[in-house]
Design a protein around this ligand. Sequence first.
Ligand code: CAA
Length: 285
Amino acid sequence: MVQEFDKVGVVGLGAMGAGIAEVFARAGFTVTGVEIDSAAVDLGRDRVHASMDKAVHKGKLTEAERDSILGRIAFSTAREDLANADFVVEAVPESIEIKRDVFADLDRVCPPGTILATNTSSLSVTEIAALTGRPEKVVGLHFFNPAPVMKLVEVVGTVGTSPGTVGVTAEVAKRIGKTPVTVSDRAGFVANALLVPYINDAISVYERRIASREEIDTAITKAAGFPMGPLTLADLVGLDVCVAVMDVLWEEFRDPRYAATPLLRRMVSAGMLGRKSGQGFYDHS
Ligand code: CAA
């Protein structure tokens, strides 16, 4: 069954969705990327093109390979264009209201056999599945930032997801070159439940002025061999995303490790979201 899969939809072409569309197209899938309006489509297309151009520039891809990958991605503002999709990944903002709108349309437009996957990191996959009439076909497929690079994907099954859907999704993850781990629908799944309190602790160390941001990051990269320190990582992930994940962990477990530090919350309120806003713990402008 999996071998016949070739048409994939990606809804939302922000930093994560554009990377996800790229990953599927690189693996030979035909991809339709859908955004809310033409300006958002243009931004999404630019993200994918910039990433592909960088790969050509680095000699990782030929121009012909890039053109052939890009030729497999269609961009659209119409969710109806996903009527033939075998598998859809949703990567829209982390708002249950936005997801409700997207999943109602996907449920209406896509054939009953289409698997609907969500890239959510902070909402319950079970709650999202309940927005559809096909909870057995709804699964989490959680990518890590940057999606084209990070090997892990979490395949999240709910109490209502069929074992077949989880199995097919894990196979799809392997086909796009990722390493799937199958996890239950709990706040933070596995990776964020471990990563996010670590980031929060680092922000607390910074807030208490125990060390500068550079010293904190250097301590971890040099001590533990992580590719980036926790404050650089927070800026990459997005401080708003960090807070969203912490809040959902706090809500579910009421464990103080998950209570976002006041500084992190204030930075988000001030619009300092990390790389995507140009300013976070570091200046990215
Ligand atoms: N898109 C595509 N490719 C990218 C990229 C991007 N946004 N960023 C980096 N790359 C590629 C580079 O082109 C380069 O490719 P080649 O090796 O083929 O040349 C490779 O990644 C390494 O990049 P750089 O040499 O520029 O820099 P680096 O060695 O410092 O690596 C990094 C950058 C891959 C981001 C690395 O620092 C890293 O792995 N950091 C940790 C990231 C991490 O922990 N992510 C998880 C975040 S948690 C999350 O996402 C979950 C959530 O729900 C909140």
